[in-house]
Design a protein. Structure first.
Length: 233
């Protein structure tokens, strides 16, 4: 058996430490590096950088990288990220799937914010189901947004995509089956022609089909604008 001492890094220059940290970020293709990621791919031990720069976050800052901790985020930030992941997968995400590059925030971040992954999902479902679909708060004497004037909020958009099984109703493609496909929520009767932002007048279209449709009103089919309840399929 051959015994070897670990390499001694106390005298390594700051520039070399930061260069290796940036190298790991390039290797994993991210603008931030966690302690575990650096431990797996870095030349030095994370504690070496922590001691040298005062903390892991200060080391990231010195290297020009983004911090890994999700401080200052609102619940809406977490929900909008979860909506994006859900749309990409076309189904409810699993705990192990909440990680980069699919998710901006880790599963552990959801645990800390909501108490558990299950509680995060329950809070998300409750948020999606809220009746107030306006993403704006009133900032003055102007009249509140109505179904005739309001844009499609993240919550309403998610409900339409879920109703349409996260796929284009025209061509059937989805981000889950065709990576790179981008879904839009389209007004069947365009807003410019009097269409309103209610569920009965909204549909899921991929970017290509939506651009092809432009502002044409379909000659046939359901263009109901009655705002009926969400249909689960």
């Amino acid at each position: 058996m051959r015994f070897e001492l670990d390499e001694y890094h106390r005298g390594v220059a700051d520039e070399e430490l930061l260069s290796d940290l940036k190298r790991v970020a390039t290797v994993i293709g991210k603008d931030r590096v966690t302690l575990d990621e650096y431990k797996a791919a870095g030349k030095f031990h994370p504690s070496t950088l922590q001691r040298r720069f005062g903390s892991w976050f200060k080391a990231l800052e010195a290297a020009g990288l983004q911090k890994t901790r999700t401080l200052g985020l609102t619940e809406e930030d977490y929900f909008e990220n979860l909506e994006s992941v859900w749309e990409t997968l076309g189904r409810q995400p699993r705990y192990a799937e909440i990680r980069a590059p699919l998710s901006k925030y880790s599963a552990g971040a959801y645990d800390k914010r909501f108490g558990s992954w299950r509680r995060a999902l329950n809070a998300f479902v409750a948020w999606v189901g809220q009746d107030d679909d306006s993403p704006f708060a009133s900032t003055g004497p102007a009249a509140p947004l109505t179904t005739e004037s309001r844009p499609v909020s993240v919550r309403l958009r998610f409900r339409i995509l879920e109703r349409d099984l996260f796929r284009c109703v025209a061509c059937g493609r989805s981000p889950a089956t065709h990576p790179g496909v981008v879904l839009h929520v389209d007004h069947k009767i365009p807003r410019a022609r009097g269409g309103t932002s209610v569920e009965g007048n909204l549909q899921s279209l991929c970017q290509d089909c939506n651009l092809g449709k432009s502002d044409h009103v379909p000659a046939t089919g359901n263009t109901s604008d009655d705002g009926g309840g969400l249909t689960r399929r």
